[in-house]
Design a protein around this ligand. Sequence first.
Ligand code: FES
Ligand SMILES: [Fe+2]
Length: 394
Amino acid sequence: MLTREENELLTRVERGTPAGELLRRYWQAVGVAGEFTDEKPIKAVKVLGEELVLYRDKKKNYGLVGEHCPHRSASLAFGRVDEEGIRCPYHGWKFNNSGRCLEQPAEPPGSTFKDRIKHTAYPVEKLGGLLFAYLGPEPRPMLPRWDVLAWEQGRRWIVIDSVIDCNWLQPMENSVDPAHLYWLHGDSAHLAPIVRDYDERHEFSCFEYGIMKRRITPPKKSGGQLLIDQHPLLFPNVLRHVAPYRKDGGFRHNLQIRIPIDNTHTQVYRVSFVPCETERSPADADAPFEYSRLKTAEREYNMKEVSAQDSMAWETQGAITDRTREHLGIDDEGIILFRKLLKEQIEVAQRGQDPIGVIRDPDKNRIIEFDVMNERIGLHRPSNSVLDQKAVAS
Ligand code: FES
Ligand SMILES: [Fe+2]
């Protein structure tokens, strides 16, 4: 249980709030590169409570600027792009992707007024088909080259979920809540054979990039074999896991990136990568993408889909769930650990230091691979894994 003040501290995302300032220390996904075309080069986006416009100019460079023009506040979402930058639809002021005002057509020739205008602008980088922006203080860290985004030998694609109507912390707490798999997702096809016989234990440990979560199914419930499912929460708002890939009986490696739109709405991007010999997906190329509708109307969830099952649970907890009313049990250990880590890292950021997982060393950022496994579906621990059965069973 949290106090009302603690709940506010951990959930609020606007600039100047403790969690909002922490989240701004990390690159955040703001769009999918493939959505931007010559016909549709501009999109309004809201991230961490800030109203912004993401665009691709005619030189195919991306920019993320404040939505409202600093002249008289018309929306740049209805503007047009030039060779470089974006032009306001109202009186034609033009801005580049670092927020400099390049032109003010109605001002007299030789005017220096434009040089005194600095519009909100954030750096944008593309990786694995996603566009990421950094909204925090300089010097900016490196955009993490997580494996699912940076691997090239295989197939990558992106799913853009419909907006989830709740605070970002609910999906993230769900990522350190392994017990829900059986009950919320148990009737989904790939879990059905094992769901009826619940017996497992869970372990959580902090590591360099967040929290590693481990689900251990004892031999007596899994045909004489101890089975481990292990994957990380990448702090603060990403889940890395692995799932069956039904088309070929293999696996797909996944990232679920949960972006706070504002305090009560969250945008989830799901990136999948299937390693295979016959296909290449360059890390700097656009990736194919699709949209997913999690519900058809208020409280009408597409409950056949695992993602919709999750979003039902998160949304029905409340827009910002009231954690003064909860009753956490022994198996909520992961949630307690995550909140503790979040509080600690808020304080680290408040001291002006880099919180966990922020990367500044290029040698650490070639490709960041994780020790992910899911033995229930046949993705086994590597032969040199320290997780030998004896160690885990003890
Ligand atoms: S409001 Fe944008 S140029 Fe006037
Ligand atoms: Fe789930």
